[in-house]
Ligand binder design. Sequence first.
Ligand code: HEM
Length: 168
Amino acid sequence: MPQSLLALSYFFHLIATVVWIGGLVTLTVFIWPETKRILAENLALYSLMTRWRKRFVPLTNFSLVVLVFTGFVQMAGDPNYDGVLQISNEWSRVMLLKHLAIAGMVVCGLVLQYGVTPALERASLLLERGKGDPTEWERLRRREVRLTWLNVVLGVTVLGFTAWATAI
Ligand code: HEM
């Protein structure tokens, strides 16, 4: 495989990593703890959080596509790689564990995108109009935070398995 293609693949693989994992960490460690503190006093924040989600979610979906595509290029270019589903050495076992952690991230993302987020945005809209049930909103919000933190833990696990694979 031409070295330039592998370098380009690693470049986009790393950019996609920064966007997805970096975005998850920024939301959970920096943005949400602060918004939670002032949310009760400022209803307009509901729509701001909705706008953040609408900006971040398509980026994470696109990052996943880039990671899968460049990931297969990198696998094909790695001397440890013995072919599709050929778990024949330590590197391919670690790559399998990495893929399992990524599958967990995809499931979390789907539950958030098609389950929790639509309901949370409906509840936010009703609250902004003074009609909603704050406890229902709080319940959905806690679910969103828990699932996103699970995604952060899985993302860090993916990086851990990657470091292990790179060291082999
Ligand atoms: C959440 C998804 C993913 C994240 C955060 C991620 C992250 C990374 C990072 C940071 C590297 C290190 C690059 C370097 O050494 O410069 C890497 C390497 C790699 N990734 Fe991923 N990746 C993800 C998904 C995937 C997928 C889906 C595949 C395969 C289809 C894949 C296959 C690889 C391979 C083969 C390497 C090279 C490992 C080695 O050097 O031995 N990755 N990944």
